[in-house]
Design a protein around this ligand. Structure first.
Ligand code: C2E
Ligand code: CA
Ligand code: CA
Length: 522
Protein backbone atom coordinates (compact mmCIF):
# COMPACT_ATOMS: atom_id res chain seq x y z
CA UNK A 1 0.00 0.00 0.00
CA UNK A 2 1.08 3.54 -0.71
CA UNK A 3 2.92 5.08 2.26
CA UNK A 4 0.97 8.32 2.46
CA UNK A 5 -2.24 6.35 2.29
CA UNK A 6 -1.17 4.18 5.19
CA UNK A 7 -0.23 7.26 7.22
CA UNK A 8 -3.50 9.02 6.37
CA UNK A 9 -5.56 5.94 7.22
CA UNK A 10 -3.68 5.49 10.48
CA UNK A 11 -4.26 9.15 11.28
CA UNK A 12 -7.97 8.89 10.60
CA UNK A 13 -8.20 5.72 12.65
CA UNK A 14 -6.43 7.39 15.55
CA UNK A 15 -8.70 10.42 15.35
CA UNK A 16 -11.78 8.24 15.18
CA UNK A 17 -10.37 5.99 17.88
CA UNK A 18 -10.22 8.86 20.33
CA UNK A 19 -13.04 11.14 19.20
CA UNK A 20 -15.63 8.40 18.87
CA UNK A 21 -15.41 7.01 22.43
CA UNK A 22 -15.27 10.53 23.81
CA UNK A 23 -18.29 11.68 21.85
CA UNK A 24 -20.11 8.49 22.78
CA UNK A 25 -19.24 8.98 26.44
CA UNK A 26 -20.49 12.54 26.39
CA UNK A 27 -23.64 11.51 24.57
CA UNK A 28 -24.33 8.69 27.03
CA UNK A 29 -23.63 10.97 29.97
CA UNK A 30 -26.11 13.44 28.52
CA UNK A 31 -28.75 10.80 28.06
CA UNK A 32 -28.24 9.47 31.56
CA UNK A 33 -28.34 12.94 33.05
CA UNK A 34 -31.58 13.72 31.22
CA UNK A 35 -33.10 10.40 32.27
CA UNK A 36 -32.11 10.95 35.91
CA UNK A 37 -33.54 14.46 35.85
CA UNK A 38 -36.71 13.13 34.25
CA UNK A 39 -37.11 10.63 37.08
CA UNK A 40 -36.58 13.38 39.60
CA UNK A 41 -39.21 15.58 37.95
CA UNK A 42 -41.60 12.64 37.93
CA UNK A 43 -41.12 12.28 41.69
CA UNK A 44 -41.77 15.97 42.21
CA UNK A 45 -44.92 15.89 40.09
CA UNK A 46 -46.07 12.86 42.08
CA UNK A 47 -45.45 14.71 45.33
CA UNK A 48 -47.28 17.78 44.09
CA UNK A 49 -50.24 15.64 43.11
CA UNK A 50 -50.23 13.97 46.54
CA UNK A 51 -50.06 17.38 48.11
CA UNK A 52 -53.01 18.66 46.09
CA UNK A 53 -55.04 15.54 46.83
CA UNK A 54 -54.33 16.12 50.50
CA UNK A 55 -55.54 19.73 50.21
CA UNK A 56 -58.76 18.56 48.56
CA UNK A 57 -59.24 15.84 51.17
CA UNK A 58 -58.73 18.32 54.00
CA UNK A 59 -61.11 20.81 52.40
CA UNK A 60 -63.73 18.12 51.92
CA UNK A 61 -63.53 16.97 55.53
CA UNK A 62 -63.68 20.53 56.89
CA UNK A 63 -66.69 21.33 54.68
CA UNK A 64 -68.39 18.10 55.78
CA UNK A 65 -67.76 18.86 59.45
CA UNK A 66 -68.99 22.45 59.17
CA UNK A 67 -72.10 21.55 57.17
CA UNK A 68 -72.92 18.99 59.85
CA UNK A 69 -72.49 21.22 62.89
CA UNK A 70 -75.64 21.93 64.88
CA UNK A 71 -74.14 25.12 66.38
CA UNK A 72 -76.19 28.25 65.74
CA UNK A 73 -74.67 30.10 62.78
CA UNK A 74 -72.24 32.85 63.67
CA UNK A 75 -72.59 32.14 67.39
CA UNK A 76 -69.39 32.41 69.42
CA UNK A 77 -69.13 28.64 69.49
CA UNK A 78 -69.68 28.48 65.72
CA UNK A 79 -66.94 31.06 65.02
CA UNK A 80 -64.66 29.28 67.51
CA UNK A 81 -65.16 26.00 65.68
CA UNK A 82 -64.33 27.66 62.37
CA UNK A 83 -61.17 29.18 63.87
CA UNK A 84 -60.16 25.86 65.41
CA UNK A 85 -60.56 24.03 62.10
CA UNK A 86 -58.61 26.74 60.28
CA UNK A 87 -55.76 26.48 62.76
CA UNK A 88 -55.78 22.72 62.78
CA UNK A 89 -55.71 22.42 59.00
CA UNK A 90 -52.59 23.73 57.44
CA UNK A 91 -54.33 23.57 54.06
CA UNK A 92 -57.31 25.66 55.03
CA UNK A 93 -56.60 29.36 55.43
CA UNK A 94 -60.09 30.67 56.16
CA UNK A 95 -63.70 29.53 56.47
CA UNK A 96 -66.70 31.64 55.64
CA UNK A 97 -70.39 31.09 56.43
CA UNK A 98 -72.98 32.50 54.06
CA UNK A 99 -76.40 33.60 54.84
CA UNK A 100 -78.04 33.30 51.44
CA UNK A 101 -75.35 34.85 49.25
CA UNK A 102 -74.18 37.30 51.92
CA UNK A 103 -71.03 36.49 53.90
CA UNK A 104 -72.25 36.36 57.50
CA UNK A 105 -69.19 35.37 59.48
CA UNK A 106 -65.68 33.91 59.07
CA UNK A 107 -63.15 32.25 61.34
CA UNK A 108 -62.21 35.82 62.33
CA UNK A 109 -65.71 36.61 63.54
CA UNK A 110 -68.61 38.59 62.07
CA UNK A 111 -68.11 39.65 58.48
CA UNK A 112 -68.38 43.12 57.15
CA UNK A 113 -71.74 43.49 55.58
CA UNK A 114 -72.14 43.60 51.82
CA UNK A 115 -69.77 40.83 50.81
CA UNK A 116 -71.58 38.57 48.43
CA UNK A 117 -70.83 35.03 47.50
CA UNK A 118 -68.88 34.85 44.24
CA UNK A 119 -69.90 32.35 41.64
CA UNK A 120 -68.13 29.02 41.42
CA UNK A 121 -65.88 28.68 38.39
CA UNK A 122 -66.68 25.00 38.21
CA UNK A 123 -67.96 22.16 40.28
CA UNK A 124 -65.96 19.02 40.94
CA UNK A 125 -67.41 15.57 40.42
CA UNK A 126 -68.08 15.22 44.15
CA UNK A 127 -70.01 18.48 44.27
CA UNK A 128 -67.46 20.99 45.54
CA UNK A 129 -67.66 24.39 43.88
CA UNK A 130 -64.27 25.78 43.08
CA UNK A 131 -63.68 29.45 42.50
CA UNK A 132 -60.34 30.76 41.41
CA UNK A 133 -58.78 34.14 42.06
CA UNK A 134 -60.72 34.88 45.21
CA UNK A 135 -59.61 37.97 47.04
CA UNK A 136 -60.05 37.47 50.74
CA UNK A 137 -61.12 40.23 52.96
CA UNK A 138 -58.27 39.81 55.41
CA UNK A 139 -55.36 39.87 52.97
CA UNK A 140 -56.53 41.52 49.79
CA UNK A 141 -53.26 41.22 47.83
CA UNK A 142 -53.44 37.46 47.36
CA UNK A 143 -55.63 35.52 44.96
CA UNK A 144 -56.96 32.49 46.81
CA UNK A 145 -58.77 29.38 45.70
CA UNK A 146 -62.26 29.01 47.10
CA UNK A 147 -63.89 25.64 47.77
CA UNK A 148 -67.55 25.73 48.58
CA UNK A 149 -70.20 23.27 49.67
CA UNK A 150 -73.52 24.01 51.28
CA UNK A 151 -73.38 27.32 53.14
CA UNK A 152 -69.62 27.27 53.65
CA UNK A 153 -66.69 28.36 51.55
CA UNK A 154 -63.04 27.66 52.37
CA UNK A 155 -60.19 29.82 51.22
CA UNK A 156 -57.00 28.03 50.32
CA UNK A 157 -53.76 29.71 49.43
CA UNK A 158 -52.88 28.51 45.90
CA UNK A 159 -49.35 27.53 46.93
CA UNK A 160 -50.88 24.79 49.16
CA UNK A 161 -51.66 22.79 46.05
CA UNK A 162 -48.09 22.56 44.95
CA UNK A 163 -46.26 23.11 48.15
CA UNK A 164 -43.32 20.81 47.56
CA UNK A 165 -39.66 21.51 48.20
CA UNK A 166 -37.84 21.97 44.93
CA UNK A 167 -34.84 23.74 43.42
CA UNK A 168 -35.44 27.32 42.34
CA UNK A 169 -35.23 26.45 38.61
CA UNK A 170 -38.04 23.92 38.88
CA UNK A 171 -41.62 24.94 38.23
CA UNK A 172 -44.38 22.97 39.89
CA UNK A 173 -48.04 23.51 39.19
CA UNK A 174 -51.40 21.88 39.81
CA UNK A 175 -54.44 22.19 37.63
CA UNK A 176 -57.83 20.58 37.32
CA UNK A 177 -57.98 18.04 34.56
CA UNK A 178 -59.50 20.64 32.23
CA UNK A 179 -56.41 22.81 32.67
CA UNK A 180 -57.78 25.28 35.27
CA UNK A 181 -54.73 26.28 37.25
CA UNK A 182 -55.19 25.75 40.96
CA UNK A 183 -51.83 26.75 42.17
CA UNK A 184 -48.14 26.82 41.46
CA UNK A 185 -45.00 26.88 43.47
CA UNK A 186 -43.69 29.99 41.78
CA UNK A 187 -45.18 33.02 40.11
CA UNK A 188 -45.46 33.76 37.32
CA UNK A 189 -45.82 30.39 35.73
CA UNK A 190 -43.84 30.16 32.44
CA UNK A 191 -46.01 30.00 29.33
CA UNK A 192 -44.52 26.65 28.37
CA UNK A 193 -45.60 25.04 31.62
CA UNK A 194 -49.03 26.65 31.38
CA UNK A 195 -49.38 25.14 27.93
CA UNK A 196 -48.44 21.73 29.25
CA UNK A 197 -51.25 21.89 31.77
CA UNK A 198 -53.76 23.01 29.20
CA UNK A 199 -52.37 20.37 26.89
CA UNK A 200 -52.45 22.74 23.97
CA UNK A 201 -49.83 23.34 21.36
CA UNK A 202 -46.63 21.50 20.90
CA UNK A 203 -44.62 20.61 23.97
CA UNK A 204 -41.85 23.13 24.48
CA UNK A 205 -38.61 21.29 23.75
CA UNK A 206 -36.56 23.71 25.81
CA UNK A 207 -38.39 22.20 28.79
CA UNK A 208 -37.78 18.98 30.58
CA UNK A 209 -41.00 17.97 32.34
CA UNK A 210 -43.07 15.27 33.97
CA UNK A 211 -46.83 15.02 34.34
CA UNK A 212 -48.86 13.13 36.95
CA UNK A 213 -52.63 12.95 36.94
CA UNK A 214 -55.59 11.44 38.68
CA UNK A 215 -59.24 11.75 37.73
CA UNK A 216 -59.50 15.43 38.79
CA UNK A 217 -56.01 16.84 38.85
CA UNK A 218 -52.88 17.24 36.79
CA UNK A 219 -49.52 17.99 38.35
CA UNK A 220 -46.58 19.16 36.32
CA UNK A 221 -42.93 19.55 37.24
CA UNK A 222 -40.77 21.27 34.68
CA UNK A 223 -37.40 22.89 34.29
CA UNK A 224 -35.39 24.36 31.47
CA UNK A 225 -33.50 21.63 29.64
CA UNK A 226 -30.39 23.83 29.79
CA UNK A 227 -30.18 23.18 33.53
CA UNK A 228 -29.08 19.62 32.80
CA UNK A 229 -27.19 20.19 29.60
CA UNK A 230 -25.18 23.22 30.56
CA UNK A 231 -22.82 21.42 32.94
CA UNK A 232 -22.43 18.60 30.43
CA UNK A 233 -21.69 20.98 27.62
CA UNK A 234 -19.17 22.64 29.85
CA UNK A 235 -17.47 19.29 30.37
CA UNK A 236 -17.58 18.62 26.67
CA UNK A 237 -15.78 21.87 26.06
CA UNK A 238 -12.62 20.50 27.66
CA UNK A 239 -13.20 16.79 27.03
CA UNK A 240 -13.37 17.13 23.26
CA UNK A 241 -10.21 19.22 22.86
CA UNK A 242 -8.51 16.76 25.20
CA UNK A 243 -9.68 13.92 22.98
CA UNK A 244 -8.52 15.73 19.89
CA UNK A 245 -5.17 16.34 21.53
CA UNK A 246 -4.87 12.68 22.43
CA UNK A 247 -5.81 11.72 18.90
CA UNK A 248 -3.22 14.12 17.53
CA UNK A 249 -0.65 12.59 19.84
CA UNK A 250 -1.58 9.08 18.76
CA UNK A 251 -1.48 10.21 15.13
CA UNK A 252 1.97 11.66 15.65
CA UNK A 253 3.24 8.47 17.28
CA UNK A 254 1.66 6.27 14.61
CA UNK A 255 3.02 8.47 11.83
CA UNK A 256 6.43 8.43 13.42
CA UNK A 257 6.36 4.66 13.77
CA UNK A 258 5.07 4.21 10.25
CA UNK A 259 7.67 6.53 8.84
CA UNK A 260 10.32 4.58 10.63
CA UNK A 261 9.00 1.29 9.43
CA UNK A 262 8.13 2.48 5.97
CA UNK A 263 11.34 4.38 5.41
CA UNK A 264 13.72 2.57 3.05
CA UNK A 265 16.09 2.11 5.96
CA UNK A 266 13.32 0.75 8.18
CA UNK A 267 12.35 -1.72 5.49
CA UNK A 268 15.95 -2.78 4.96
CA UNK A 269 16.37 -3.34 8.71
CA UNK A 270 13.31 -5.57 8.67
CA UNK A 271 14.67 -7.41 5.66
CA UNK A 272 17.93 -8.10 7.49
CA UNK A 273 16.06 -9.26 10.58
CA UNK A 274 13.86 -11.53 8.47
CA UNK A 275 16.81 -12.79 6.39
CA UNK A 276 15.13 -11.85 3.14
CA UNK A 277 18.31 -12.02 1.06
CA UNK A 278 18.95 -14.63 -1.59
CA UNK A 279 21.95 -15.20 -3.80
CA UNK A 280 22.17 -15.63 -7.56
CA UNK A 281 25.24 -16.96 -9.25
CA UNK A 282 26.74 -15.53 -12.42
CA UNK A 283 28.99 -18.09 -14.10
CA UNK A 284 32.71 -17.37 -14.59
CA UNK A 285 34.07 -18.82 -17.83
CA UNK A 286 37.63 -19.84 -18.65
CA UNK A 287 38.04 -18.18 -22.05
CA UNK A 288 40.60 -20.74 -23.26
CA UNK A 289 38.41 -23.82 -22.67
CA UNK A 290 34.90 -22.43 -22.33
CA UNK A 291 34.57 -24.28 -19.04
CA UNK A 292 32.69 -22.79 -16.12
CA UNK A 293 35.19 -22.38 -13.34
CA UNK A 294 32.85 -20.91 -10.82
CA UNK A 295 30.52 -18.00 -10.20
CA UNK A 296 30.18 -14.59 -8.64
CA UNK A 297 27.64 -14.58 -5.84
CA UNK A 298 25.26 -11.64 -6.39
CA UNK A 299 22.83 -10.79 -3.68
CA UNK A 300 19.13 -10.05 -4.25
CA UNK A 301 16.53 -8.91 -1.81
CA UNK A 302 13.43 -11.02 -2.07
CA UNK A 303 10.55 -8.87 -0.81
CA UNK A 304 7.69 -10.54 1.07
CA UNK A 305 5.58 -10.15 -2.08
CA UNK A 306 8.08 -12.32 -3.96
CA UNK A 307 9.64 -9.54 -6.05
CA UNK A 308 13.42 -9.39 -6.35
CA UNK A 309 15.24 -6.12 -5.70
CA UNK A 310 18.57 -5.55 -7.45
CA UNK A 311 21.55 -4.83 -5.23
CA UNK A 312 22.25 -1.41 -6.79
CA UNK A 313 19.00 -0.28 -5.17
CA UNK A 314 19.84 -1.25 -1.60
CA UNK A 315 23.57 -1.89 -1.27
CA UNK A 316 24.41 1.86 -1.16
CA UNK A 317 21.90 2.37 1.69
CA UNK A 318 23.15 -0.79 3.37
CA UNK A 319 26.70 0.54 3.19
CA UNK A 320 25.74 3.95 4.57
CA UNK A 321 23.86 2.41 7.48
CA UNK A 322 26.25 -0.45 8.30
CA UNK A 323 23.56 -3.00 7.44
CA UNK A 324 25.83 -4.33 4.72
CA UNK A 325 27.78 -6.29 7.34
CA UNK A 326 24.91 -8.60 8.30
CA UNK A 327 23.96 -8.81 4.62
CA UNK A 328 27.46 -10.11 3.78
CA UNK A 329 27.03 -12.65 6.58
CA UNK A 330 23.76 -13.84 5.05
CA UNK A 331 25.36 -14.09 1.60
CA UNK A 332 28.17 -16.22 3.05
CA UNK A 333 25.70 -18.49 4.81
CA UNK A 334 23.64 -18.88 1.63
CA UNK A 335 26.67 -19.62 -0.53
CA UNK A 336 27.83 -22.33 1.88
CA UNK A 337 24.34 -23.80 2.15
CA UNK A 338 23.64 -23.87 -1.59
CA UNK A 339 27.08 -24.56 -3.03
CA UNK A 340 28.56 -26.91 -0.45
CA UNK A 341 27.85 -30.13 -2.35
CA UNK A 342 28.98 -28.75 -5.72
CA UNK A 343 32.17 -27.24 -4.30
CA UNK A 344 33.07 -30.40 -2.44
CA UNK A 345 32.54 -32.63 -5.49
CA UNK A 346 34.39 -30.29 -7.88
CA UNK A 347 37.51 -28.78 -6.36
CA UNK A 348 38.17 -26.68 -9.51
CA UNK A 349 34.96 -24.70 -8.87
CA UNK A 350 35.05 -21.46 -6.87
CA UNK A 351 32.56 -18.84 -5.77
CA UNK A 352 33.47 -15.16 -5.59
CA UNK A 353 31.85 -13.15 -2.83
CA UNK A 354 31.60 -9.36 -2.92
CA UNK A 355 32.89 -7.56 0.17
CA UNK A 356 31.90 -4.03 1.05
CA UNK A 357 34.41 -1.39 2.04
CA UNK A 358 33.28 -1.85 5.65
CA UNK A 359 33.91 -5.61 5.50
CA UNK A 360 37.43 -4.89 4.27
CA UNK A 361 38.05 -2.20 6.89
CA UNK A 362 36.89 -4.27 9.85
CA UNK A 363 38.17 -7.66 8.65
CA UNK A 364 35.46 -9.21 10.77
CA UNK A 365 34.10 -11.02 7.72
CA UNK A 366 37.07 -13.39 7.77
CA UNK A 367 36.03 -14.87 11.09
CA UNK A 368 32.46 -15.25 9.81
CA UNK A 369 33.76 -16.96 6.70
CA UNK A 370 36.06 -19.31 8.64
CA UNK A 371 33.18 -20.22 10.92
CA UNK A 372 30.88 -20.90 7.97
CA UNK A 373 33.43 -23.03 6.15
CA UNK A 374 34.40 -25.04 9.21
CA UNK A 375 33.30 -28.62 8.77
CA UNK A 376 31.67 -27.85 5.42
CA UNK A 377 34.31 -29.59 3.38
CA UNK A 378 34.72 -26.48 1.23
CA UNK A 379 38.37 -25.51 0.76
CA UNK A 380 39.19 -21.87 1.48
CA UNK A 381 40.75 -21.71 -2.00
CA UNK A 382 37.24 -22.20 -3.39
CA UNK A 383 36.06 -18.92 -1.98
CA UNK A 384 37.26 -15.81 -3.74
CA UNK A 385 36.74 -12.36 -2.32
CA UNK A 386 36.06 -9.27 -4.41
CA UNK A 387 36.78 -5.79 -3.12
CA UNK A 388 36.21 -2.52 -4.95
CA UNK A 389 38.68 0.35 -4.91
CA UNK A 390 36.70 2.01 -2.16
CA UNK A 391 37.71 -0.84 0.08
CA UNK A 392 41.33 0.20 -0.35
CA UNK A 393 40.89 3.76 0.90
CA UNK A 394 42.01 2.83 4.37
CA UNK A 395 45.21 1.31 3.03
CA UNK A 396 46.54 -0.16 6.27
CA UNK A 397 43.30 -1.85 7.24
CA UNK A 398 42.83 -3.12 3.66
CA UNK A 399 46.34 -4.51 3.58
CA UNK A 400 45.78 -6.32 6.89
CA UNK A 401 42.47 -7.85 5.79
CA UNK A 402 43.79 -8.86 2.36
CA UNK A 403 46.87 -10.47 3.87
CA UNK A 404 44.81 -12.36 6.42
CA UNK A 405 42.36 -13.50 3.73
CA UNK A 406 45.16 -14.79 1.53
CA UNK A 407 46.86 -16.44 4.49
CA UNK A 408 43.57 -18.26 5.13
CA UNK A 409 43.66 -19.54 1.56
CA UNK A 410 41.25 -17.22 -0.23
CA UNK A 411 42.00 -15.47 -3.47
CA UNK A 412 41.36 -11.72 -3.49
CA UNK A 413 40.30 -9.76 -6.56
CA UNK A 414 39.99 -6.03 -7.12
CA UNK A 415 36.54 -5.35 -8.52
CA UNK A 416 35.35 -2.68 -10.97
CA UNK A 417 38.92 -1.80 -11.70
CA UNK A 418 39.34 1.49 -13.57
CA UNK A 419 36.15 3.15 -12.37
CA UNK A 420 37.80 4.79 -9.36
CA UNK A 421 40.95 6.84 -9.03
CA UNK A 422 43.41 4.17 -8.01
CA UNK A 423 46.24 3.54 -10.38
CA UNK A 424 47.82 0.22 -11.06
CA UNK A 425 50.93 1.39 -9.27
CA UNK A 426 48.87 2.07 -6.15
CA UNK A 427 47.68 -1.53 -6.32
CA UNK A 428 51.26 -2.70 -6.19
CA UNK A 429 51.18 -1.99 -2.49
CA UNK A 430 48.59 -4.77 -2.03
CA UNK A 431 49.08 -8.47 -2.47
CA UNK A 432 46.24 -9.35 -4.85
CA UNK A 433 45.37 -12.39 -6.91
CA UNK A 434 43.08 -11.06 -9.59
CA UNK A 435 41.76 -7.95 -11.26
CA UNK A 436 38.27 -7.57 -12.68
CA UNK A 437 38.07 -5.23 -15.64
CA UNK A 438 34.91 -3.20 -15.36
CA UNK A 439 32.18 -3.63 -17.95
CA UNK A 440 32.66 -0.02 -19.14
CA UNK A 441 36.10 -0.98 -20.52
CA UNK A 442 34.85 -4.23 -22.01
CA UNK A 443 32.11 -2.23 -23.76
CA UNK A 444 34.74 -0.21 -25.65
CA UNK A 445 36.22 -3.27 -27.30
CA UNK A 446 35.66 -2.95 -31.03
CA UNK A 447 34.34 0.60 -30.71
CA UNK A 448 36.71 3.38 -31.77
CA UNK A 449 36.42 5.50 -28.63
CA UNK A 450 38.98 7.35 -26.57
CA UNK A 451 39.03 4.75 -23.84
CA UNK A 452 39.32 1.85 -26.24
CA UNK A 453 43.05 2.27 -26.11
CA UNK A 454 43.03 1.95 -22.31
CA UNK A 455 41.69 -1.60 -22.14
CA UNK A 456 44.75 -3.34 -23.60
CA UNK A 457 46.95 -1.31 -21.25
CA UNK A 458 45.02 -2.46 -18.23
CA UNK A 459 45.33 -6.06 -19.37
CA UNK A 460 49.04 -5.70 -20.01
CA UNK A 461 49.79 -4.04 -16.71
CA UNK A 462 47.66 -6.52 -14.74
CA UNK A 463 49.59 -9.33 -16.32
CA UNK A 464 52.84 -7.55 -15.57
CA UNK A 465 51.78 -7.42 -11.92
CA UNK A 466 51.10 -11.16 -12.02
CA UNK A 467 47.34 -10.74 -11.55
CA UNK A 468 44.80 -13.01 -13.11
CA UNK A 469 42.33 -11.03 -15.20
CA UNK A 470 38.55 -11.40 -15.23
CA UNK A 471 36.58 -9.40 -17.78
CA UNK A 472 33.11 -8.33 -16.67
CA UNK A 473 30.02 -7.69 -18.71
CA UNK A 474 31.04 -9.60 -21.80
CA UNK A 475 28.05 -9.47 -24.13
CA UNK A 476 29.42 -10.29 -27.58
CA UNK A 477 31.52 -13.05 -29.07
CA UNK A 478 33.81 -10.38 -30.57
CA UNK A 479 34.56 -9.12 -27.07
CA UNK A 480 35.23 -12.66 -25.86
CA UNK A 481 37.52 -13.38 -28.82
CA UNK A 482 39.45 -10.16 -28.35
CA UNK A 483 39.92 -10.79 -24.63
CA UNK A 484 41.05 -14.37 -25.20
CA UNK A 485 43.56 -13.24 -27.81
CA UNK A 486 44.87 -10.67 -25.35
CA UNK A 487 45.47 -13.41 -22.80
CA UNK A 488 42.59 -12.63 -20.44
CA UNK A 489 41.90 -15.89 -18.58
CA UNK A 490 38.33 -15.46 -17.33
CA UNK A 491 35.18 -13.71 -18.34
CA UNK A 492 31.64 -13.28 -17.10
CA UNK A 493 28.75 -11.71 -18.90
CA UNK A 494 25.43 -12.21 -20.55
CA UNK A 495 27.17 -13.78 -23.54
CA UNK A 496 27.53 -16.81 -21.29
CA UNK A 497 24.84 -16.42 -18.68
CA UNK A 498 23.06 -13.97 -16.47
CA UNK A 499 23.12 -14.39 -12.71
CA UNK A 500 21.17 -17.60 -12.01
CA UNK A 501 19.45 -19.14 -9.01
CA UNK A 502 21.52 -21.92 -7.42
CA UNK A 503 19.83 -24.88 -9.13
CA UNK A 504 20.00 -23.26 -12.58
CA UNK A 505 23.62 -22.34 -12.03
CA UNK A 506 24.49 -25.94 -11.12
CA UNK A 507 22.68 -27.17 -14.24
CA UNK A 508 24.61 -24.60 -16.27
CA UNK A 509 27.91 -25.88 -14.84
CA UNK A 510 27.06 -29.48 -15.77
CA UNK A 511 26.08 -28.62 -19.35
CA UNK A 512 29.19 -26.49 -19.83
CA UNK A 513 31.47 -29.20 -18.50
CA UNK A 514 29.82 -31.79 -20.75
CA UNK A 515 30.17 -29.49 -23.78
CA UNK A 516 33.83 -28.75 -23.00
CA UNK A 517 34.53 -32.48 -22.62
CA UNK A 518 32.78 -33.13 -25.91
CA UNK A 519 34.95 -30.49 -27.58
CA UNK A 520 38.11 -31.88 -25.99
CA UNK A 521 37.11 -35.32 -27.21
CA UNK A 522 36.77 -34.27 -30.86
P1 C2E B 1 29.45 -6.11 -9.59
O1 C2E B 1 30.13 -6.77 -8.45
O2 C2E B 1 30.29 -5.40 -10.57
O3 C2E B 1 28.56 -7.22 -10.24
C1 C2E B 1 28.37 -7.33 -11.58
C2 C2E B 1 27.06 -6.75 -12.00
O4 C2E B 1 27.01 -6.66 -13.41
C3 C2E B 1 25.89 -7.63 -11.59
O5 C2E B 1 24.78 -6.81 -11.36
C4 C2E B 1 25.68 -8.44 -12.82
O6 C2E B 1 24.36 -8.97 -12.91
C5 C2E B 1 25.91 -7.42 -13.90
N1 C2E B 1 26.28 -8.05 -15.17
C6 C2E B 1 27.01 -9.19 -15.34
N2 C2E B 1 27.17 -9.47 -16.64
C7 C2E B 1 26.53 -8.50 -17.33
C8 C2E B 1 26.35 -8.21 -18.74
O7 C2E B 1 26.80 -8.95 -19.63
N3 C2E B 1 25.67 -7.11 -19.08
C9 C2E B 1 25.15 -6.27 -18.13
N4 C2E B 1 24.49 -5.20 -18.55
N5 C2E B 1 25.28 -6.49 -16.81
C10 C2E B 1 25.97 -7.59 -16.40
P2 C2E B 1 24.01 -6.94 -10.06
O8 C2E B 1 23.82 -8.35 -9.69
O9 C2E B 1 22.84 -6.06 -10.20
O10 C2E B 1 24.98 -6.32 -8.98
C11 C2E B 1 25.24 -4.97 -8.98
C12 C2E B 1 26.28 -4.63 -7.97
O11 C2E B 1 25.82 -4.87 -6.65
C13 C2E B 1 27.51 -5.49 -8.04
O12 C2E B 1 28.36 -5.08 -9.03
C14 C2E B 1 28.09 -5.28 -6.66
O13 C2E B 1 28.82 -4.06 -6.61
C15 C2E B 1 26.90 -5.18 -5.83
N6 C2E B 1 26.67 -6.47 -5.16
C16 C2E B 1 26.08 -7.55 -5.66
N7 C2E B 1 26.08 -8.56 -4.75
C17 C2E B 1 26.71 -8.07 -3.65
C18 C2E B 1 27.04 -8.63 -2.36
O14 C2E B 1 26.77 -9.80 -2.06
N8 C2E B 1 27.70 -7.83 -1.48
C19 C2E B 1 28.03 -6.55 -1.79
N9 C2E B 1 28.68 -5.81 -0.89
N10 C2E B 1 27.75 -6.00 -2.99
C20 C2E B 1 27.08 -6.76 -3.92
CA1 CA C 1 31.76 -8.06 -8.03
CA1 CA D 1 32.38 -5.54 -10.95
Amino acid sequence: MDRTRIVVIAALLALAGVALPLATAVHLAQQRAVAAEQRYLQQLARKALDRAQQSFADARSVLREMNATPLPPCSDAHVRLMRALTLRNRNVDDIGFFDGDQLACTSAGAAEPGITRSKDDFITADGIGVSLDMTPQASPGIAMVGMAQGRYKLLIHPVRFADVLAEPEIDLAIALSDGHLLGSLREPLPVGVRRLLLQTGKADDTLLYALERDEHLIAVAAEPRSRVLTPLRREMRWLLPLGALMAALIVAVVAWGLRRRLSPLGELKMAVARREFVVHYQPLIALATGRCIGAEALVRWRRPDGSLVRPDLFIPLAEDSGLVLPITDQVIAEVVREMQAALVSDRDLHIAINLSAQDIRSGRVLAVLAQALQGSGIAPQQIWLEATERGFMDADAARTTINRARAAGHAVAIDDFGTGYSSLSYLQGFALDALKIDKSFVDTIGAETVTSSVTPHIIDMAQALGLQVVAEGVETQAQADYLRERGVQFAQGWLFAKALPAAEFLAFVRSRQAAAQGQAGT
